[in-house]
Design a protein around this ligand. Structure first.
Ligand code: NAP
Length: 248
């Protein structure tokens, strides 16, 4: 029987690698994106999933920081694939990189709404379709090493990513008996647009502190996602592929 996965921010970066991995694993995929620039990327991914893996997918534009958009996203999944969701990947995220004295209330509220509230919205709306499935179900929340340690100029981002870990553990406990596993991935530095946007000299300096000597690749995170989906006894855990930067 076919299995269904929803991924937020599934168009590019880590999300793109996860979307393709879900297809390779045989899931029908609901690919969420928000910006105009990601529409074509998402449509191309959808075609690739059909061509390379023979799975079905739909592309849904939604700003997951808004509850009503998340509702539309989950409804689109149910309308297309029926009353069950096997995997929810909460991946959409943004960063400000701004010192805390200069940041505006609007900017940090946007980070909290996008990086934390969206995870609550999506769990709240998807869980009714995930509980008590015979084959079980799995939520994977993308946190960050920023959620495990402090990072200067990222107070809003670290607050959201630490909140994601709290949410992950609470839901893991609450839904363990109903066959829903809830885990988090806390990546270290991974080369995507998010890192390309930061000061490149600072990035070089940061990269030189990675014990493994290099910035991670998106495949490091999609591989971790695959492991979690296939690990039936794993719940409430935070797995951090970070090249040895921190060892929580
Ligand atoms: P990225 O390349 O900048 O991609 C971000 C993705 O999030 C895009 O697909 C974007 O979609 C989507 N998104 C942003 N706001 C959204 C919204 N309101 N609604 C729907 N989608 C939205 O970033 P990335 O590096 O792949 O990051 C993916 C996740 O990993 C994030 O949660 C990030 O915090 C986390 N992470 C990244 C790193 C790293 O070093 N790269 C490290 C630790 C954790 P659009 O293009 O449509 O806007």
């Amino acid at each position: 029987m076919s299995k269904v996965a929803i991924i937020t921010g599934g168009s590019r970066g880590i999300g793109e690698a996860m979307t393709l991995k879900l297809g390779e694993m045989g899931f029908n995929v609901v690919i969420n994106y928000r910006s105009e620039r990601s529409k074509k990327l998402s449509d191309d991914l959808s075609e690739k999933l059909a061509r390379d893996y023979g799975v079905e997918s739909i592309v849904v534009r939604a700003d997951v920081s808004k509850y009503s958009d998340c509702e539309r996203l989950v409804n689109a999944a149910i309308d297309k694939f029926g009353n069950k969701i096997n995997v929810l990947i909460n991946n959409a995220g943004i960063t400000n990189n701004c010192n805390f004295l200069d940041i505006t209330e609007e900017a940090y509220t946007n980070v909290i709404n996008t990086n934390l509230m969206s995870f609550l919205h999506m769990c709240h709306l998807a869980l009714p379709y995930m509980v008590d499935l015979e084959e079980g179900s799995s939520i994977i929340n993308t946190s960050s090493i920023g959620g495990l340690m402090g990072v200067a100029n990222q107070g809003d981002y670290c607050a959201a990513k630490a909140g994601v870990i709290g949410l992950t553990r609470a839901l893991a406990l609450e839904f363990a008996s109903r066959k829903v596993r809830v885990n988090a991935i806390a990546p270290g530095m991974i080369m995507t647009d998010m890192l390309r946007g930061v000061n490149q000299d600072e990035l070089k300096a940061l990269a030189s502190t990675i014990p493994m000597g290099h910035i991670g690749d998106i495949s490091d995170i999609s591989g971790c996602m695959e492991y979690i989906i296939n690990a039936p006894y794993l719940t409430g855990q935070v797995i951090s592929p970070n090249g040895g930067v921190i060892m929580p």
